[in-house]
Design a protein around this ligand. Sequence first.
Ligand code: ADP
Ligand code: MG
Length: 745
Amino acid sequence: MTVGPETPLDSVLGGESAAGLSEALDIRTAGELLDHLPRRWVEYGRLSALAELREDEHVSFVARVHSSSKRKMQRRRGFLTEVVVEDDAGGTLQMAFFQGHRAHRELQRGTLATFHGKVGSYRGRLTLNNPQYAVLTQVTEDVGAAQEQAAAAGLYASLREGPTPLYPANARITSWQIESAVLTLLEVADLTRWPDPVPADLLLSEGADPLAEAYRLVHRPDTLEDTRRGLHSLRLHEAYLLNALIARRRAEAGVGQSTPRPTSRTGLLSAFDERIPFALTTGQREAGGLISDDLTAARPMNRLLQGEVGSGKTVVALRAMLQTVDAGGQAALIAPTEVLAAQHMRSLQGLLGGLVEGDLFTAAARDDDGSDLPTARLRLLTGSLSTADRREALLEIASGRADIVVGTHALLGEQVQFADLGLVVVDEQHRFGVEQRDALRRRGAPVPHMLVMSATPIPRSVAMTVFGDLELTVLEGLPDGRRPIETHVARMTHGPRVIGRVWERLAEEVAAGRQGYVVCPKISESDRREDPESGVAVEQDASVETLAARLAEHPLIGRLRLGTLHGRMEAAEKERVMTAFERGEIDVLISTTVVEVGVDVPNATFMAVLDADAFGMSTLHQLRGRIGRGSAASLCLLVTRLPDDHPSLERITEVAEHTDGMMLARLDLERRREGDVLGSSQAGARSSLRLLRVLRDEELILRTADHVRDLTDRDPRWEGHPELRAAVEAWTAERDHAGDFVTRG
Ligand code: ADP
Ligand code: MG
């Protein structure tokens, strides 16, 4: 019989052994068994390191008895045998056997034995209660000889001199039962005939082995070095498959036809370029070039434009929209909230000036040679429109009169019919997940081009796994003349002067003609929120309502023009406040994190975040990005009441110390789990990666990505690579889409 990865284990192993694996670990096929990798290895002639045990783990290990004692139980009849075992490194572990006559007799000082059980804890120390055990020998000095004896007695699976694998086990199966099944399988299966998609040249350049050898190295190593090499090889295989999956996901996203929207020499785009009051940054020009090429093709564009807050993504998006409109199509700009949609509308109008149809000055706007300027018709479609306005807007969108439509993702709903939607720009991707992107693509031909913009810096490997359907473009650099934002942590435990100084600084900025934000974690006093790391409810947080009332009485701040903004206000009211703040009619905006994304008021140079420990690092960085947008120096104060030794202080301090968003993103990802940072809708609940860690193995993932990309360019359907097709099929059968790949830890 040839044994392949899909071969059921009951045809390879004894029926009892196969049933045991299936019941205890849900392992049914040969491939699944080999993918059940050892957690660690014990070298021949050495004892397991007890320090590596973890609570709740089911473990099997070899240890030497250090002492044994018997005592009567206090509340119950009978007695307890307490056994302390030790390893080579001096680590010890206490075990308890209830009654335990046999244990008391057999487990004498110096005895070697294998133990199996679930690690628990008692009074803060790890312990094993009533473990299964088998005495290896009465020989106490030669651990190797003892292990051989154990093997001969069938307690160890093999009589080998290499490191013994210790498998993840549980109450129903021991590590050595798993080991024994693996060894049987390795004897009967010819792994060299199993499909192995990774090409030989990549193995060579990565110093890795083919799959067959990699499995042998981890399951049946001769040395510990073998296990390292085996794991490296398996990791490479995983990276290769992951990249193949991403490539396929990208290919699927690119299926369908879009209408090509080539540039024209006369039109809105060139008129705009002639008029913008600043020079585009190099980053803006490069990203613009890529996007322009994408729009020119019939293949749908799927691009993620990632750029720091303030890097000028809006201009890049606007230029893409103008190219689309010039070529006869419509463009939609999707913002995460209605407030931001309205703000986008105003900033587009501002950037376009006389190129907006219906603009007050349009009539006067003539090109230098006196010819009429091209104009674009802009439309805002939000829930706060009156019924009549809404009907009119829908009509214009359906008839094609509206060129650029700004709104929330309701714009892509069924009620809204576009005459010829050529481009969808999504600002701030994290509220527009993979499902929404897929839904957009399924709207039918022609598929609109898609540009997703994000200010959240994400390491490239994470972006690839989470946004596998999108090509990533990083918008490098900031427009010239930007002044860096100075950030300080203000510790209220350091005396009452600290918060007083915060308000003084705010008053000084306003006196200098600037504006400021004060951000609170809550809207009203009675709201609760959870600590971002521990999930514990926190009660004592600053709230917009309470603070606004108190600041109105404040001797310095009370004299200023204050406004409040939060998510429970009516849309029209929110918009009124935002517009007033943009116009400089409000000096200080007291708000929740609704100002986190997109808000653009260059005259705002001050921000105080109260109870800053309420926020995660990326939120703080995003918030801070609301200032430092003009040419004046800006100040951000992270106010906290945390005591000196509180662990969350480190998080705030790191934000204060680093202005580089990518650096912060990495620190954040390392601290938390990658999946959490990106939000569960993006990341998927469960990791599907076995060995690979997206952040730690970033280099490996990127190197293999190039290989897969080359191969896919040459052979898009992998027709010459059935083994790759099969491996990816097998993988996707278990997992849904690339969005599920983000690993934890
Ligand atoms: P973000 O990438 O955070 O969305 P914006 O697109 O809102 O950034 O741009 C921030 C500010 O910088 C805006 O006021 C915009 O007009 C301005 N800006 C954009 N590009 C440039 C440039 N090349 N030179 C100077 N200012 C620019
Ligand atoms: Mg923006």
